[in-house]
Ligand binder design. Sequence first.
Ligand code: SAH
Length: 220
Amino acid sequence: MTNGVLQGIGMTSQRTRTRMIERLREKGIRNEAVLAAMAAVPRHVFVEEALASRAYEDTALPLGMGQTISQPYIVARMIELLLDGRPRLGKTLEIGAGCGYQAAVLAQLTDDVYAVERIGPLLEKAKANMRVLQQFNVRLKHADGHLGLPEAGPFDSIIVAAAGLRVPPALLQQLAPGGRLVLPVGTTEQYLSFIESTPQGLVEKRLDAVRFVPLLAGTQ
Ligand code: SAH
């Protein structure tokens, strides 16, 4: 029995991670490629050591500088929307990289991830985390994501991890034909917006109520 208990303490163990994937399934995530990507990324690497034991709970956790590492369910849900019916994400842009968790998940589903973060020290953490994971297909940039990343676009997939009052026009301009954008919109009340670039033009769907940190202007 003692052994069992001790093994159970291994919060960073594969078993704990597998439980997280089971919870994502229970909450309705169905895309096997997304679930495999979530299973492949060790979330404990991205949270403060004091919180590592909670790394596989389905909650947002503080990551410093007043920001949070996104809830696994929301990460999976947004990526599932981007991937739906496509084998891979294609060229992908993330706005609001934080310390890089979601970027690492995206990097399991495409060869080409660009991620932008406005807070310098978080971006440095993200770079260090990518080195730990040997995740070399994520390019990180310190910039204000309102502008997208024109030098690298257009993108097949764009995902935003912070909520603005409206959809930044630059992001719409940087969508490739057939490209998809998923982002939270609003202040105290927020919803997920899913926008697809179709031959008939941009088509928007308003989906779940969500809660994200604000999309802020400028860099720090
Ligand atoms: N993607 C992260 C979530 C980080 S929280 C994860 O996987 O856990 C959202 C991040 O968006 C914060 O780090 C915040 O600094 C950043 N952010 C807010 N406004 C931004 C902007 N205009 N451009 C780039 N990043 C921004």
